[in-house]
Write a protein that binds this ligand. Sequence first.
Ligand code: ZN
Length: 327
Amino acid sequence: MPELPEVEAALEFLRTRARGRTIARVRLLHPALERRLSPTQLQALAGARIARVERRGKHQLLHLDDGRVLHAHFRMNGDWAFAGTSAPLPRFARAAIDLDDDTSLIFVDSRALGTIDLHPAGVALDLGLGPDAADPEWTAEQLADELTRRRGPIKPALLDQRLVAGLGNIYAAESLWRARISPFAPSNALSRERVQSLREAIDAVLRRATGSRYTDDDTVTLDVYDREGLPCRRCRTPIERAVQAGRSTYFCPACQPRETAAKQGTAKKTEKTVKKAAKNSAKNSAKNSAKKPARTSAKKTAKRTARKSAKKSAKKTAKSARRSRRT
Ligand SMILES: [Zn+2]
């Protein structure tokens, strides 16, 4: 799903391809968009010049020189493509903005959930957004003040665009992992220090992702998102997945314990479980072994076996997770 860094990349694309150009015609290629833009509105777009483009959170605003605003949102997986106006349209093309230089900006969206709207001139555009996650002026103090008013867990709060604009499921999970905060931590229970590390983590995560075009494994290495069963990059504990407010959330149970006080308990428990598993499989392998190896070597073998099978199942899980990705 396109989040702030990906939308920023799309904006960069619009700045180079569309800014300063005049719209020759807008073609709608999907009924969902036809419901949002009337034929009259469409006709009136011809001849308007795209004066500037702006990103607000995950929203893209194409400011026309007469004050109207063409407003695009990718939602789940929209994107822009660019082609000559007479070239065949790509699969899943939902709209085409033909420009005066015989090129077209094409809104491509396989799920057809993305939106394009036209806002009239002279009306202040209120998108109901909080501070932009990439805004250097947005401080940890502001975030902390907002969080004291919220009782729910922190992860869904970070997805609320009124709290902070631009974060989505991927970068919210990444930021929490980096700040070592549990996605289940109550928002109003986070200390100022923890909110400070969260603010810094959001900054670092977004910086690292900026310039990427869609989150795929080749451009950005994710630390926790979509890594269920794989070892945590910090402590090697398998990453867990949970469903929270209807969305998948990924976290390290050791680095991101549910409560700070429970941190040691969780770590100990994990260690215990691992030891127990190793012991059990040591017993089994000793039983199955004809030679009856010495206790230490049985333990070693068991550990190796446990590691191997954990790796195998982790790989399997990751594979199936990728298949059913984007919940
Ligand atoms: Zn960890």
